[in-house]
Design a protein around this ligand. Structure first.
Ligand SMILES: Cc1cc2nc3c(=O)[nH]c(=O)nc-3n(C[C@H](O)[C@H](O)[C@H](O)COP(=O)(O)OP(=O)(O)OC[C@H]3O[C@@H](n4cnc5c(N)ncnc54)[C@H](O)[C@@H]3O)c2cc1C
Length: 424
């Protein structure tokens, strides 16, 4: 009898599950894998800051920028390398784990024997007024392209002397906020120089915590601070965002932190473009679907990555809360969980009763800082500059090798590297 494994989400965790299942099942296992995602492609999110800032003044560049981060699922696309994996584009709107059926927005019902929930997380707006409407969150390829377009339009207005400058606020001083702010600063300077545009720009990073990149050791955080200042980026730590308006961001100091915020009183910062990079939250639909969730709304799973109360539903990646523990919401961790899910699924399908517990690891960070520059810290060790950048490129390659056959992986990595190197 054929076992049908349905995976919801073709991000890091879902894709890794599909690839490992396909690579390690034998024809006798009779496994059919259906990967469902609402998008037609898998997006390598760690590089979308390059799409947001790439070749701002160059028309027709979108295609090559997209190629370095997106792997299309369609039949002529990349999943053809994995014979027993099929892809269906669709938005899942309901899950019935008892009847073993999921519903798509098209009205179609899809049956499964085993289900993998790998739907990721959503941008955390903290319910702040105006974020949804007036800010663009850096969480998808579409939004990265929107940011690029808006920024290019603002620069064109400068070129035509319709505005004196560009004001940008990046909310969140974590890795995503820092990488997009530094790359944007570099891109705006390049655009000014190469296209002779007279334009004063100002980028402000706003963060509620005491410093940017607070998860790095203090050396790493200090290096990033110094580099951002050199690039001309203003940093406002200890500062809360209270509201986002179409052309301003209302901020006030974090009263718990003395003398950290540059703002003594509530202030409106000018912002023609507000980029939201303030972290992630759980998807509200999971509780509506009656799935077991923890107090933060993430799906509760056992160390075997089986969803609480079931043997046939697994959870992986940003969606999972493993016995209440907060796992690192990181790409390599999501991929590792996908691999563990695949291994356990194979055990269940082969009738074995003992499953392996997933052990999370601490993964190093390598955060790009504009151009051929990045900072990486692992415990007390800090690597930066071009060496940090080389490490970052090696991490990107390792990822592509994890999900693609070797020659294809090198080709996608090389293509993206070449397209983005022009920015560096
Ligand atoms: C801008 C950005 C940069 C990042 N940079 C790094 C980095 O440098 N290093 C690092 O380690 N981590 C990074 N991360 C974090 C990392 O990308 C996440 O931890 C990782 O994507 C989690 O993988 P996942 O598979 O759980 O979710 P995702 O990769 O988010 O995949 C979830 C998938 O589910 C699909 N989906 C959701 N709901 C539905 C539905 N109802 N129906 C159908 N499909 C659905 C989505 O379309 C998506 O494809 C970054 C994240 C962002 C946003």
């Amino acid at each position: 009898m054929t076992s049908r494994v349905v995976i919801i989400g073709g991000g890091f965790a879902g894709l890794s599950t599909a690839v490992h299942l396909s690579r390690h099942t034998k024809p006798g296992d009779n496994v059919e894998i259906l990967l469902i995602d609402r998008q037609p492609e898998h997006v390598y999110l760690p590089l979308i800051y390059e799409v947001a800032s790439g070749g701002l003044m160059e028309a027709g560049k979108e295609h090559s920028l997209k190629q370095g981060v997106s792997l299309t699922f369609d039949l002529d696309g990349y999943l053809t390398d994995y014979k027993n994996v099929r892809f269906r584009q669709g938005e899942v709107t309901d899950v019935d784990t008892e009847k073993k059926i999921i519903k798509l927005s098209s009205g179609a019902d899809i049956k499964f024997d085993f289900l993998v929930m790998a739907m990721g997380a959503v941008s955390n707006t903290f319910g702040i007024d105006g974020v949804e409407k007036n800010a663009i969150s850096l969480t998808s390829l579409d939004n990265a392209l929107k940011i690029r377009k808006k920024c290019a339009n603002l620069m064109t207005e400068c070129e035509r002397k319709l505005r004196p400058g560009v004001n940008m606020v990046v909310v969140g001083g974590g890795p995503n906020g820092v990488e997009v702010a530094s790359e944007m600063a570099k891109a705006l300077e390049d655009a000014k120089r190469e296209c002779d545009v007279v334009c004063d720009w100002k980028i402000t990073i706003v963060d509620a915590g005491p410093k940017i990149l607070s998860h790095l050791n203090s050396m790493g955080s200090w290096i990033a601070n110094r580099r951002l200042k050199k690039l001309g980026v203003t940093i406002a730590p200890g500062t809360f965002v209270k509201a986002v308006k179409p052309t301003t961001v209302l901020v006030e100091r974090n009263a718990k932190l003395e003398h950290v915020s540059p703002f003594e009183k509530p202030t409106r910062i000018k912002s023609d473009l507000t980029i939201w990079a303030a972290g992630v939250a759980s998807r509200p639909e999971w509780t509506a679907w009656g799935l077991p969730t923890d107090e933060r709304g993430y799906i509760k799973a056992l160390p075997t990555l089986q969803m609480f109360g079931t043997n046939h539903v697994f959870v992986a990646g940003d969606s999972a809360s493993i016995i209440g523990r907060r796992m690192q919401q990181r790409a390599p961790e999501a991929m590792d969980q996908g691999k563990s899910v695949a291994e356990n699924l194979i055990r269940v399908i082969r009738g074995q009763s003992i499953l392996r517990a997933h052990h999370d690891r601490v993964w190093p960070f390598a955060i790009p800082l504009g151009g051929a520059n990045a900072v990486s810290s692992f415990g007390p060790v800090t690597i930066f500059g071009i060496v940090g950048y080389a490490l970052r490129k090696a991490i990107d390659l390792r990822y592509f090798l994890g999900v693609l056959p070797v020659t294809r992986a090198i080709s996608v990595w090389w293509h993206g590297g070449r397209a983005y190197m022009k920015n560096d």
